[in-house]
Design a protein around this ligand. Structure first.
Ligand SMILES: C[S@@+](CC[C@H](N)C(=O)[O-])C[C@H]1O[C@@H](n2cnc3c(N)ncnc32)[C@H](O)[C@@H]1O
Length: 347
């Protein structure tokens, strides 16, 4: 984990080892650079904590509250201090949601091996943590929101390198090629999808791999601008596509996922796509989470309790793997079904 603070050779401010190169935030970049020049590292960090997604409508918490984030003893405490609301619920319970299980099936079937990995729109690094713990050596996480990368580095995957940037306007990430470039539960958000697809391929380089997980086809709950499977496949040059529900089902059944042609996926809610070098399946089963395992914290007093109505509406109908009540006798596949989960140590 890097703690470097200062300016890069190109003048990009770096706090706690994470450069802030987000396009369209030049005023904030200048402010942070000035604070660093004055030795005001804590105020620079607070200024970066206050920056959010363009679509986020909540005001930033007061600076006195943001100043307490570095002392937070858990991921959830830090997310609460950052005022992350429903996004905090999403990240806190990402380890058992059906979309994450689909992502694991996808990564497991098209495993990066020893290729360098760039996780675009990596959020708090949930997938990077999995890759890191399974031995993938070189990991870079990119996201537009600096505080999410800070959480990733502090609580979820300290072994990765992080850069705060927009995928379509990122500085040179200095990743050797061919690389394995992934993006999960985010590609459909991106406004300029042709530019995003081109940026991912440029990062991957000749002979590289581009893997997009959970791209909404029909958008029911989340924000975003979905495309049809054919449009996604055309943009990404994908040769293998999956229905997201098939990926989740395959992980739960401990079998390889079955791909489908684009024209069979038009009524899917979400799909996944792979372009370039398809790689080989992982030598390990990502359906079996690594220990130490803990009881899924969605169970309170023996009952499955969703963190919010919004979360229940989005994930409840797709979470048949989580029974309504904690079973008296744990089934043999309790870990596969994420009754037991491998939460970060300071969850
Ligand atoms: C729903 S979250 C998914 C996070 C993570 N990939 C996961 O699966 O847990 C979407 C992420 O996309 C990021 N994001 C949105 N637009 C972006 C852009 N243009 N470049 C990089 N990241 C972006 C957001 O900050 C957010 O962390």
């Amino acid at each position: 984990m890097s703690t470097a603070t200062g300016l890069t050779a190109t003048g990009v401010p770096v706090v706690d080892g994470i450069p802030f190169a987000r396009a369209g935030r030049e005023e904030l970049q200048d402010r942070v650079a000035r604070l660093l020049a004055d030795g005001e590292v804590d105020r620079a960090r607070i200024a970066l904590f206050a920056d959010a997604d363009d679509w986020w409508t909540q005001p930033a918490p007061p600076p006195e509250q943001l100043a307490r984030v570095p002392a937070a003893r858990s991921l959830r405490e830090a997310m609460a201090l950052l005022g992350m609301g429903r996004v905090g619920d999403y990240f806190a319970h990402r380890w058992s949601d059906p979309t994450h299980l689909a992502t694991l099936a996808l990564l497991g079937q098209h495993w990066p091996g020893d290729r360098p990995v760039v996780d675009v729109a990596c959020g708090i690094g949930t997938q990077l943590r999995e890759l890191s713990r399974r031995g993938v050596p070189e990991l870079v996480g990119v996201d537009v929101v600096w505080s999410k990368l800070w959480l990733a580095q502090r609580f979820v995957c300290p072994g990765a390198r992080y850069v705060c940037a927009d995928l379509t306007a990122a500085p040179d990430l200095q990743v050797p090629r061919p690389a394995y470039v992934t993006c999960h539960d985010a590609f459909y958000f991106l406004r300029d999808k042709p530019a995003a697809a081109a940026a991912m391929h440029a990062l991957a380089g000749p002979g590289g791999t581009v893997v997009v997980g959970h791209a909404h086809v029909a958008d029911t709950v989340s924000a975003g601008e979905p495309l049809s499977p054919q449009e996604y496949a055309g943009l990404l040059g994908a040769s293998v596509l999956y229905d997201d529900a098939e990926l989740t089902a395959a992980l739960l059944a401990a079998r390889p996922p079955v791909p489908a042609p684009a024209d069979r996926l038009t009524s899917s809610e979400a799909i996944a796509l792979v372009a370039g070098d398809l790689r080989a399946p992982a030598p390990v089963d990502l359906g079996e989470p690594l220990g130490p395992l803990r009881a899924n914290p969605l169970y309170v007093g023996g009952e499955l309790r969703w963190p919010s109505d919004r979360y229940a509406a989005e994930y409840g109908p797709r979470s048949g793997h989580l029974p309504a009540r904690w079973p008296e006798l744990l089934p043999a596949d309790a870990a596969r079904r994420r009754l037991l989960v491998d939460l970060p140590e300071e969850w």
